[in-house]
Design a protein around this ligand. Structure first.
Ligand code: PA5
Length: 443
């Protein structure tokens, strides 16, 4: 079974030798470390560098949390949140919340917003369960997770006492720097390190993603194996004809040059909704700079055909679509024939729901092509750990290549600082006195 298929035939882009050469060069730069942002290339060979010992350490820590807690609160934002959220959503039963006998602890998230109601409801809802927490921040200084952690730490210490709380909290952060590192050392929390050379949005295959996933009962070995296979399949010595990440990077850049400024990532599997959220962060933060970059958007289908479908079909012609198509459903549900046929659906009798879904997918693809929306299709065999691991690395590699083709440094995010400065000034953070005066004069 192939890891993944990529169909770019309906994109209208014909890949030329020049385009291939540019993508090949970009991929080589990622491997040689001679391109922009080269101190953040630790993700390139990350899957193949994960050894059995690292997996065992993560699984052992996960087992301790699984034993102690019915609910594990995972605290983080951006790259310290979206990867775990995406894989857990993809791998979980959509109706797990109705299941009274959970086989795995429920992983919930905090620190990805500053909503008072969200925070209150989380603290209230988890009161009747035994709780543990994983706090994740590479910089160790990000405000949103720091606030959430202060509250959750206090709650755990109130409930279990300081010593037991320290057994129920795991910190994932920088090896040496940041407030979270200082706090974790002082409180004696078990700690995992985010490698210096792996940026937040490329960190899902480090303990940042792997620990919450192992807690949730996901097979992280298979996830990593999928990523390892994709690492091989997109290596610097793989020709562009065989390298799907290079092809995807080429086609999206050509479409961008042709005026297609928005890429919509769509899927007919609602479980993949957060994979699209993770992808949006990966591409948005990596490429959206210097006045450049495709705007990454997403839809979940067929639901969004009844909201965004009209725009995609007939709105501004600045869009192209990339569909993640899933070859095999895990379960079988068939439409039965009915004698009365009052709903007129007997023409579907005997068909699996996945066959109907596939025809919707094909029909929409052709309609959107007719409407001037170029189409790319990434097909994965199934929603399982191996395929998702491969998909993660595919998107990461394509993002690095694509950013270099575009001519930006895909590994920084200078624009994220602007809001922080304003927020700190408005909140009178010590050290921001001048900014405080200036911003308040603007209100
Ligand atoms: O990709 C990135 O670097 C960012 O999105 C970070 O992941 C995000 O800002 C969270 O940062 P930190 O892990 O330092 O709290």
């Amino acid at each position: 079974m192939s890891l993944m298929k990529l169909d770019v035939a309906k994109s209208g882009v014909v890949i030329t030798p020049e385009m291939k050469a540019a993508a090949q060069k970009a991929n080589e730069l990622l491997h040689s470390g001679e391109g922009a942002g080269n101190d953040f290339l630790g993700w390139v060979n990350l899957p193949s560098s994960i050894d059995a010992e690292q997996i065992a350490a993560i699984e052992a820590q996960a087992a301790k949390l699984r034993e102690k807690a019915e609910v594990v609160i995972c605290i983080g934002i951006g790259g310290s949140y979206l990867g775990a959220k995406a894989v857990i959503e993809a791998m979980s039963n959509s109706f797990e919340f109705l299941n009274k006998k959970h086989a795995n602890p429920t992983v919930v998230f905090a620190g990805q917003n500053i909503s008072e109601d969200y925070t209150h409801e989380l603290l209230e809802a988890t009161k009747e369960y035994s709780v543990a927490a994983i706090v994740i921040s590479k910089s160790g200084t990000t405000t949103e997770p720091a606030i959430a952690f202060r509250l959750i730490k206090a709650e755990l210490e109130k409930r279990y006492g300081k010593a037991e709380a320290a057994e129920r909290i795991v910190a994932i952060t920088d090896a040496a720097r940041g407030a979270l590192k200082t706090l974790a050392t002082q409180e004696g929390y078990p700690t995992f390190v985010i490698p210096d050379d792996v940026g937040g949005r490329f960190s899902v295959l480090t303990p940042v993603g792997l620990l919450p996933l192992a807690v949730a009962g996901i097979d992280i070995k298979a996830l990593v194996a999928g990523a390892q296979a994709m690492e091989k399949a997109t290596a610097a010595d793989v020709a562009v004809e065989e390298n799907l990440a290079a092809q995807y990077a080429i086609v999206r850049n050509e479409l961008y040059k042709a005026g297609k400024k928005v890429e919509i990532l769509g899927s007919y599997e609602p479980k993949l909704q957060y994979v699209a959220e993770w992808w949006k962060q990966l591409y948005g933060e990596s490429e959206g700079k210097d006045g450049l970059g495709i705007f990454p958007a997403s839809v979940t289908l067929t639901a969004d055909l009844h909201s965004m479908g009209q725009y995609i079909q007939e709105g501004e012609r600045t869009l192209f679509e990339t569909i993640i198509s899933v070859e095999n459903a895990k379960h079988t549900v068939t439409v039965e024939a009915e004698e009365a046929n009052l709903d007129g659906l007997n023409f579907l009798a005997g068909k699996r729901i996945s066959e109907i879904n596939k025809m919707a997918e094909l029909g929409v693809r052709l309609a959107h092509i007719d409407g001037g929306v170029p189409q790319l299709c990434i097909e994965i065999p199934a929603i399982d750990e191996t395929s998702i691991g491969a998909l993660i690395y595919f998107f990461e590699k394509a993002c690095g290549i694509s950013g270099y083709i575009l001519g930006v440094n895909p590994f920084n995010q200078p624009g994220v600082e602007a809001y922080k400065k304003n927020m700190f000034a408005l909140l009178d953070k010590p050290g921001y006195e001048e900014e405080s005066k200036a911003i308040k004069a603007r209100l």
